[in-house]
Structure formats: structure tokens, C-alpha cells
Design a protein around this ligand. Sequence first.
Ligand SMILES: [Zn+2]
Length: 91
Amino acid sequence: MTEPTFLDGNAMAGALGEVFAVDVTAAVARCDGCGAVGVLAEAHVFMDAPGAVVRCTSCDSVLLRVVSAPGRTWLDLRGLSYLQLATPSAP
Ligand SMILES: [Zn+2]
């Protein structure tokens, strides 16, 4: 059995944590390719591209891409229908 070439979505905590003030790995994402809905932490993350590529576990479509350089981060979310983030409730 070969080792998987990807990590799980928890690998995105650092890069996305710099952009979002909430825990993005707990976010629920809907794949724009097949409609699968799941927690981002369970997605497949490939770190061997320029930046990180997060792929759908159902259809392997690209959900999002993150490329970081000193002082800036590019975030491509076009593979998502939506990203549902938990936000603190108002008092
Ligand atoms: Zn999909």
C-alpha cells in the first residue's frame, strides 16, 4: 500500500489562519464540482504545488488554492459553492 501524497485539511490551519480570524479547518465547504458537503479539515491537501491545493474527497476537483509570499497571500476559492464559517454569537 502506497503512502498518500496528500495531507488532510488541518494542514491549512496556518496559511488560512493568517487570513481568517476564525478556525477555517472547522468550516463546512460545498464542492462546486459535485456538490459534496464536508468539513474542510477532511479534504485532501497537496503541498507539492506552488502553495497549497485543497481537493474534494469525492470528485478530486480543486476546492481552493492558497499561495503565500512575504507580505501577501493569494486565495482562490472558485472551486467552492460556499464556505460556511462558525462565527461567535452576539451577546
Ligand atoms: Zn467534489
